[in-house]
Design a protein around this ligand. Structure first.
Ligand code: SF4
Ligand code: SF4
Length: 275
């Protein structure tokens, strides 16, 4: 048990308040023995990362977040020859700024990107502390969590957040590092398009679009909306067959591959069956 952080990507509006609050708390402030001052530039202990998905006009934007995962089996701890990295009883992983000798092996060992930064002026590695200096003063949550206006961040005791954890995923679970940061709504893949009748020069409303991925056993059916559009989101990577049907029209069949990216099938023409 101990502290965990749940980040709900679907609630983030990209305001960057979390990123700014972290800077406000740590730049120029010495919270030794938890953390020495973060430099003004070059470090983001948490960062909002814009992910633009699809192609115009079928575009979605999601806001992902980097932050130390406070792993229970933390590779950075094992890599430090000076035993400067330790885990507190509440699960928080700290790089002791007084013991760190600037060896940098933790930066290589961390399996996640842009988590540990090197401070060239102080010759130490630095990263998110879950604002342990504030928690030790009685704060219920770190600055970044406190600053989020949409409730995208939830911080608390693992035992109290079981329901949220059940809806979440962790990063790179195959590594077995046992992260203490959970994510809800991480972007997956979508297939989108617009169905129209070129002879009538009209979009087709209520056309039935079915996608199937035989290997993954996935099958989803939706109807086109009032603009002839369809969006099928949260798909796995892989090949999909797409079937579009509307009474009185020839069936349309397509193949598509979401392995590398989201798919905008563009404008799809359907032709009326002639008697
Ligand atoms: Fe260490 Fe990286 Fe895990 Fe943070 S995310 S505890 S820096 S291994
Ligand atoms: Fe920064 Fe504190 Fe948030 Fe970590 S928990 S990213 S140190 S504000």
């Amino acid at each position: 048990m101990g502290k965990i952080l749940v980040i709900d990507i679907t609630k983030c509006n990209g305001c960057h308040n979390c990123q700014i609050a972290c800077k406000d708390e740590h730049v120029g402030n010495d919270w030794s023995p938890i953390a020495r001052p973060q430099p003004l530039t070059g470090q983001f202990w948490t960062q909002v990362v814009d992910i633009v998905r699809g192609t115009v006009p079928k575009v979605k934007v999601a806001y992902d977040h980097t932050i130390c995962q406070h792993c229970d089996d933390a590779p950075c701890m094992k890599a430090c020859p000076n035993e400067a990295i330790y885990k507190r009883p509440d699960g928080i992983v700290i790089i002791d700024p007084l013991k760190c000798k600037g060896n940098k092996s933790c930066i290589e060992a961390c399996p996640y990107e842009n988590i540990i930064f090197y401070n060239d002026d102080l010759n130490i590695s630095q990263k998110c502390t879950f604002c342990a200096h504030l928690l030790d003063k009685g704060w219920q949550e770190p600055r970044c969590v406190d600053a989020c206006p949409t409730g995208a961040y939830t911080f608390g005791e693992e035992k109290d957040l079981k329901d949220l954890i059940a809806q979440s995923e962790v990063l790179k679970p195959e590594l077995g590092a046992s992260p203490r940061v959970y994510y809800i709504g991480k972007p997956r893949r979508f297939i989108a398009g617009t169905v129209y009748d070129p002879e009538a020069d009209e979009v087709l409303i209520d056309a039935e679009v079915t996608i199937k991925n035989g290997k993954k056993g996935e099958k989803v059916t939706v109807k086109t909306d009032d603009f002839g559009d369809f969006w099928i989101d949260r798909l796995q990577k892989g090949k999909y067959s797409v079937t579009i049907q509307k009474k009185g029209y020839f069936k349309k069949e397509l193949e598509t591959d979401t392995t590398e990216k989201d798919i905008n099938l563009g404008d799809i023409a359907m032709y009326m069956e002639k008697l």
